[in-house]
Design a protein around this ligand. Sequence first.
Ligand code: PMV
Length: 334
Amino acid sequence: MKTAISAPNSAWIKYWGNRNNGLRLPVADSFSMTLDSPTVEIDIDHSETLTVKSINSDGSERILKESEVGRFQITLDLAKKYLETLDVPEAIPASVALEIRSHIPAAVGLASSAAVFSCFARAIQGLIEETINLTDEQTSVIARLGSGSAARSASGGFIALRAGEGDEIGSSYGEQMADENHWVLHDFILVPSMEEKKVGSTKGHASAQSSPHFSQRVEDIMERRQKECIDAVLGKDFEKLQRVAEEDCDDMHRVMLTSNPPLDYLTDVTHRIVRDIKAFRDSEHLEVFYTMDAGPTVQLLCTEESKEKVAEFANNQEDCTIFTAKTGPGARLI
Ligand code: PMV
């Protein structure tokens, strides 16, 4: 048996839209910082058939829906196909038994699938390591098959997901640009709503290309934004990072709003927080930026120097639940 641990990531150049939905091959590059919490642990062992047991943080068992178990089966089947392409048939497990222990509160508004599937991929890497030593990039391909953004939590620190080209399973993967010790940034996660999200990201990706702004978005990311974001992180240029990350977040939500059907994930509370943090940043000269994914949750990313003031701002948002995280080490065996 092997055990892996992982956590979500904070996306600064957002992944939205696939060139191949079944294989979760993205149209464009994306970029994120891996977080240190909240974590998910997975025990994995060989088994004749797939079994998945899920335990909540209070120790109670969470009964998984058929579709949730089905997603593990699909991911495992695709992972086997991918391992076939690596020419190591003896490394491919017949099936696996999983026990998942999630410390991610249901209401956190962070993609728990990124933590779960990066953890699953790392667990598989551990299970077969005596037959094949998968690299972090290869492990990230397996994570991607369960959830595109999970490919970016397979390693720690700052990760660029290369979109790649074509329909090869392994053609898109996460690459570490700098590890978690390069730059410690803090993430205040403000969750305004306890509601389950209406349209999941898997469905959302499928309608992304119906937006008239989609192709311009892809061009901007591939020609300029991804590089600007990487340069900003490598040069620890917070102002540049703030500019490009907020531009990309606003752009993704514009694509969502103008797609068919339109997807409006943001609420009045989200818009108020964004307005107020901009004003607070200007008046206090803070290093902080906002970002939102497929839901109303706002993440406020800041430097060590600005942390105290941003915490004060976050704690004043009385209609939100607050979680905190920082740069983390990515999926690993324990
Ligand atoms: O990995 P998925 O399929 O849940 O997609 C994630 C999409 C966003 O969170 C909106 C953006 C991102 O890059 O994480």
